[in-house]
Design a protein around this ligand. Structure first.
Ligand code: DGL
Length: 269
């Protein structure tokens, strides 16, 4: 039994999709969330920069005495998971492995599409993981860089979003793809849009839910679940304005954040 908090981090607010699923599955756990809102986006940065930022945040979370680190950001999971596993002493979970396992399990044929930021797709982390688990699967990977600003600006129900969807995804309509991995924190908020674009004939794999299940399994396997039976505490740290974070967070969580949101300048890592 271990009442220390779970640490979750993301480049910004998008990782709250993962936070939300972990909170739903493990309501008694204490959680600390770090959003690197001053340095977002990670999706167009180089591997070395994303590794440096991720390591700084992981060390910060370790100092907050977390029992586990969850990399909610797909870009950071793709580029920095092994760096973090080498450098910190607590378990580190990324979002790629759980998403890939679920996609393979539910794949109705031998093709899977992956959509994500440019850095995630260029890293080939998803493509390699899928191939390693099932080499016969054909993977189509498409970077969709405009989806993040569309979600952050709450423009999901606009013509701009329709045009971006058409530009990035129409080529998939000409293939036999039946499963798409939403390999970015923000894309679950476009789920309905993507689903109607494919007229419901597509299985969308949301790694947030799969990652929450993996967190639960790891806590149980290592016997480090909390013994609290009351609701767990939530605290948030951000590297830019807590007010801006809190207001966008309410959209992601469909409720105000519960717990305090503290400014931690990245320059002080
Ligand atoms: N959190 C990032 C991801 O899941 C998206 C936003 C960014 O580019 O930083 O890849």
């Amino acid at each position: 039994m271990d009442n220390r908090p779970i640490g979750i981090f993301d480049s910004g607010v998008g990782g709250l999709t993962v936070f939300k699923e972990i909170r739903r599955l493990l309501p008694q756990e204490n959680i600390i969330y770090f959003g690197d809102t001053a340095r977002v986006p990670y999706g167009n940065k180089s591997p070395l920069v994303v590794q440096k930022y991720s390591l700084e945040i992981a060390k910060f979370l370790e100092m907050q005495n977390v029992k586990m680190i969850v990399i909610a950001c797909n870009t950071a999971s793709a580029l920095a998971l092994s760096t973090l596993r080498n450098e910190v002493r607590i378990p580190v979970i990324g979002v790629i492995e759980p998403g890939v396992r679920a996609a393979i399990k539910s794949a109705q044929n031998n093709s899977i599409a992956v959509i994500g930021t440019r850095a995630t797709i260029n890293s080939e982390a998803y493509q390699n993981r899928i191939k390693r688990l099932r080499s016969s699967i054909n993977v189509i990977a498409i970077p969709c860089p405009l989806f993040v600003p569309i979600v952050e600006e709450n423009l999901m129900n606009t013509k701009l979003a329709d045009d971006a969807l058409d530009m990035y995804l129409s080529k998939l309509k000409k293939t036999d793809i039946k499963s798409i991995i939403l390999a970015c924190t923000h894309y679950p908020l476009l789920k309905d849009k993507i689903s109607s674009f494919f007229e419901g004939e597509i299985n969308l794999v949301d790694s947030a839910y799969e990652t929450a299940k993996e967190v639960n399994e790891t806590l149980e396997a290592r016997r480090i679940t909390t013994e609290q039976d009351s609701s767990g505490k939530e605290s948030f740290f951000v590297s830019d304005s807590p007010e801006t974070f809190s207001s966008i967070a309410a959209n992601f969580l469909s409720r105000p954040i519960d717990g305090k949101c503290v400014f931690h300048p990245w320059a002080e890592f």
